[in-house]
Design a protein around this ligand. Structure first.
Ligand SMILES: C[S@@+](CC[C@H](N)C(=O)[O-])C[C@H]1O[C@@H](n2cnc3c(N)ncnc32)[C@H](O)[C@@H]1O
Length: 288
């Protein structure tokens, strides 16, 4: 029998593992949002006006703010909580409109940027560096926002816990305004099997290869994008981006179970008229 070098065996296992389907909503052993290096790349992505990831494009941010303010869902003087506010691109626009904003985000780098910007622009926004699963607000907000599909990233028990917290944080008749992706988007955008080499990029400052593989869990309307990063310095890390996609029916059922009724619906937070078969469902759900 041939003698196999342990280093070769290790790399072989990393590669073989990269195409193995993980358990549903398996957690990562490594930080993502608050990783010191990755959060720097993410902040740069948020601040690239034409980039549609991270915060969406600047044009989309402006249209979203216009939709939610012109429709008077958000009004000057309202108290609004922005869950996963990132670097505050939405919160600062709403604040300029006279809305009292509170923003929570896990990324220290994004929150520090948001705080710096608010100071420069003389905006009074309460930015909190933390996990929104640790919040404990009671009947305080006119609206809670969660922008860019964050609700899709949690397993059902965590999503339900978050919805209970949001319900509690809202005043009577308050609104939870958020968007979820649909299976239509996922079938097109879910990762396909692909390898890439980088001389230093999003995942690591040195040389690495990233092995990308998507897996479908059709019985749970869930998909995972799995990234295996193999670095030249001999480290390997694995990241999972989970997406539980919804239809209008499945998200309506979840909301009803948590004491919300749908007040407005669109195909995006920018306010496109709702039609079945779109990539996104955006909702203003009212506390009942
Ligand atoms: C796709 S980004 C969207 C950011 C922001 N809503 C926007 O559209 O500009 C998701 C954000 O949620 C934050 N996030 C994810 N999980 C979180 C958690 N458990 N608590 C607080 N923030 C979280 C991330 O740090 C990230 O900034």
């Amino acid at each position: 029998m041939a003698i196999i070098e342990p280093q070769f065996q290790k790399v072989f296992e990393w590669i073989a593992d990269s195409v193995k389907k993980p358990a549903l909503f398996e957690k990562d052993a490594v930080l993502f949002w608050d990783d010191p290096y990755i959060s720097e790349q993410l902040l740069a992505a948020h601040l690239t006006p034409e980039f549609d990831g991270a915060s969406r494009t600047l044009a989309t941010i402006e249209r979203t703010v216009a939709n939610l303010t012109r429709s008077t869902l958000l009004k000057p003087g309202d108290r609004v909580l922005d869950l996963g506010c990132g670097p505050g691109l939405y919160s600062s626009s709403f604040s300029q409109f006279g809305i009292h904003m509170t923003g929570i985000d896990l990324s220290k780098r994004s929150i520090e940027y948001a705080q710096r910007k608010a100071q420069e622009q003389e905006l009074r926004i309460a930015y909190v560096h933390g996990n929104f699963f640790d919040m404990n607000y009671d009947g305080r907000f006119d609206s809670v926002l969660q922008i860019y599909g964050e609700l899709c990233t949690f397993p059902d028990e965590e999503r339900d816990r978050l919805l209970r917290m949001v319900h509690k944080a809202l005043k009577k008749d308050g609104l939870f305004i958020f968007d979820v992706s649909t299976r239509e988007l996922r079938k097109r955008e879910g990762l396909k099997n692909r390898w890439q080499f980088s001389d230093g990029g999003f995942w690591h400052s040195g040389k690495y290869v990233v092995l990308e593989q998507g897996f479908d869990y059709p019985e749970y309307d869930t998909w995972v994008d799995q990234y295996t990063i193999i670095q030249e310095d001999g480290e390997c890390r694995k990241y999972h981006m989970w997406f539980h996609d919804y239809s209008l029916q499945t998200i309506s059922e979840v909301l009803a179970r948590h004491g919300f009724k749908i007040a407005r619906r669109w195909n995006g937070l920018t306010g496109e008229e709702y039609k079945d078969g779109g990539d996104w469902i955006a909702l203003a759900a009212q506390k009942i």
